[in-house]
Design a protein around this ligand. Structure first.
Ligand code: UD1
Length: 423
């Protein structure tokens, strides 16, 4: 499947922001911990959600999906009949976040087998810290046949663990494992992303005792089971909101992002975008992003929250391709996250990559071209550039896009922009 993007369009309208993929995935995995089930609302319509649901189903989780609105589903999960403890290679290779079932299965059932994820297009992305954290809680872990085999026949025990690098899914995995461990766990240098706060809040509603979420020290007092029947609403997707704000910036238009407190969720991003030339104003239940007409060059470095999100780096690079001067983009999280640069250069962008830095010299005009999406966020960066370009573009391999952006054609249409799926 490909996406045809017509050039020289202006974004002008309203975009309802979906539930966050990076929150919904751990929340779905957290259902494994519950005795009486979990009901999630505001679950986005995404391929990664379907992959997670089929993984959970293969473990024995029963679920029901109901359409809640145009862009959201309600998912009810029952976990009384889990009989399988393996996340197979075929699933993990499609979606690395499958690793999130490791902590919950191990702590509730004493065993789990998860395929090692291997590399991906944006870098090596090891899971060593997930494993070290679980070992600190007493798990016995063996790597063989491409799989992580983890057991804890007598359950896990609370412990102190310092993450040498803050990892988002690593923090989530250990937090879920510690929720049912015997005793108290203290995680230091924990990741502070809002999605971790969302997971901890849901776990607490289920009956866990977690404090400090959103800071770098998280304390988890283990409980014997999570029994509360819980309904929980997935937080809004700050990366989707940021992406549509950039769409307004690059097309010199305006967009109303509805459904969350995006100033709080994207502090550094908003500050940078204001320096580039976007203007933000508060509106009911959201934020308006409007181009001032300028695209000023800035230096941007991706960092863990509350820093500039790596998941908005590719889209920002696309915007800076049309800036009035030279910018430097530094990628501090992943070692290979500039694959989109080569595609943008095929549209006439002037980008030089050197290690973890991209020097982006703004050009007057990009021109439409056939392009290839290389990863999830990179795929939208190509669409953004194509919307502002002279002439039409075709973006190939948009299965990357469908993994993590909900209803792109419809949402772009709701702000006055046309794209077409072609096979
Ligand atoms: C999550 C997000 C992803 C985002 C990333 C960084 C989900 C489902 N995905 O990915 O969209 O880009 O956070 O904000 O939430 N690392 C290790 N060892 C480990 C784990 C991580 O060295 O065991 C390194 C990674 O290679 C990377 C850094 O730590 O350089 C941060 O990665 P991490 O926060 O773990 O990313 P994910 O949780 O996979």
């Amino acid at each position: 499947m490909k996406l045809k993007v017509y050039g020289n369009q202006k974004v002008n309208g309203v975009v309802p922001i979906s539930g966050a993929k990076n929150s919904a995935l751990p929340l779905l995995a957290a259902s494994i911990l519950s005795v009486n089930g979990l009901k999630l609302t505001n679950v986005p319509l995404l391929a990664d959600i379907e992959t997670t649901l089929s993984l959970l189903e293969s473990l024995g989780v029963a679920y029901r999906v109901d359409q809640e609105s145009l862009y959201a589903n309600t998912v009810e999960l029952k976990t009384g009949s889990i009989y399988n403890f393996t996340a197979p290679y075929e699933t993990v290779k499609k979606m690395r976040a499958s690793i999130l079932v490791l902590g919950p299965l191990l702590t509730r059932f004493g065993r789990c087998r998860v395929s090692l994820p291997g590399g991906c297009s944006i870098g090596v992305r090891p899971i060593d810290l997930h494993l070290k954290g679980l070992e600190a809680l007493g798990a016995k872990i063996e790597l063989k046949d491409g799989y992580v085999h983890a057991v804890a026949p007598k359950g896990l025990k609370g412990a102190n663990f310092d993450f040498p690098i803050a990892t988002v899914t690593g923090t989530e995995n250990i937090m879920m494992a510690a929720a049912l461990a015997d005793g108290t766990t203290v995680l230091r240098n924990a990741a502070r992303e809002p999605e971790i706060v969302d997971l901890a809040n849901c776990l607490n509603a289920m009956g866990a005792k977690i404090s400090g979420q959103g800071t770098s020290v998280v304390m988890i007092k283990g409980v014997s089971s999570l029994r509360n029947t819980t309904e929980y609403r997935v937080m809004p997707d700050r990366i989707e909101a940021g992406t549509y704000a950039i769409a307004a910036g690059i097309t010199k238009g305006r967009v109303d992002l509805i459904g969350g407190n995006f100033r709080e969720l994207l502090p550094t991003f908003i500050e940078k975008m204001e320096r580039i030339g976007l203007e933000f104003s508060d509106i009911e239940n959201g934020l308006r992003a409007e181009s001032s007409g300028e695209i000023a060059p800035v230096d941007v470095s991706s960092d863990p929250y509350p820093g500039f999100p790596t998941d908005l780096q590719a889209q920002t690079t696309a915007l800076l391709c049309l800036a009035d001067g030279e910018s430097t983009v530094t990628e501090n999280i992943y070692e290979n996250r500039f694959m989109h640069a080569a595609e943008l250069m095929r549209m006439g962008a002037n980008i030089t990559i050197s290690g973890d830095k991209a020097c982006v010299k703004g050009v007057e005009q990009l021109t439409g071209a056939p392009m290839m999406a290389t990863d999830l966020r990179a795929s939208f960066s190509l669409i953004l550039a194509a919307l502002a370009a002279k002439g039409d573009s075709v973006v190939d391999r948009i299965y990357h896009l469908d993994r993590g952006y909900c209803c792109v054609k419809e949402k772009l249409a709701s702000c006055g922009v046309t794209v077409d799926r072609i096979s």
